[in-house]
Design a protein around this ligand. Sequence first.
Ligand SMILES: [Zn+2]
Length: 317
Amino acid sequence: MNAVGVDVGGTKIAVGLVTPEGKILGEVRYPTPSSQQKLVDTIARAVSEVEDGSEVGGACLAVPGLILAQENKVVFSPNLRCVEGIPLKDELEPKIGMPLTIENDGNAAAWGEFRFGVGSEADHLVFITLGTGIGGGIITHGILMRGAQGSGGELGHVTIQATGPRCACGNHGCLEALASGTAIGRRARELAIEHPDSALGRLAASRKVLGEDVTELAREGNEVALSVLKEAGTWLGVGLAGFINVFNPEVVAVGGGVMEAGELLLEPARREVMLRARPPSSELAEVKAATLGAKSGVLGAAALARDASSGEYVLGG
Ligand SMILES: [Zn+2]
């Protein structure tokens, strides 16, 4: 049966009606409201628009932040504060008229890549998404690893450099603080001060440099921008090597908007993986770009909603 996947992001909400084979039959998008009541109303409206009277088995909401699965609640979301503490299942189920589950957005995207994307041939997948922050998800033996409460798989908040830059979560030196789009922008602004005559330095003199500017300048061959991506890719590789040692995956998939930089990030990451991950895990694991792009969240959430209605879904807690 078809299912609805809802991907709640910091700036937009994407809702899709998805077939069991992973085809999106219809999709709507809305800007993410900043108040709790408007957020709930917007999600409910988007779900009813996309289902449009067709038979739907259930819906799953992919949300950024730490989740308490048994309470179907987001307890900590530094990049989307208004979603914290809402009893989402209780509020939304009566409005949308179908069973609803809540999942961390990184976990949902991982499930999307596992079912329909770069991990569809694997039983063991580590997925990491590089955006404003860093999310991720782990699949072992074909099962999404949620942990005891449903808040596991936070790959972006593994400490990589104990005395490193402060992270949005409050810790120092998380992978997110070293290899996210935010981290790339921050590092580029630091280096722009040291290299005022470079293209990066000249851009920084006119406006705030962001992560995507670095990719664009690097593509044009700017040495300083290239060095920023190489550094971020190296930190990424430090993180991935640890995940490979711990989880022994067949595939490590890297997605998210920052992957516009492609091999400029993955090449230094792979080099670091070769130095730090141990065989046989390092010989098996392939570090690849994710293939579903921004659709992984909607596709993964819909697949999780279907698995929940078929009883295959194991909630944490
Ligand atoms: Zn953190």
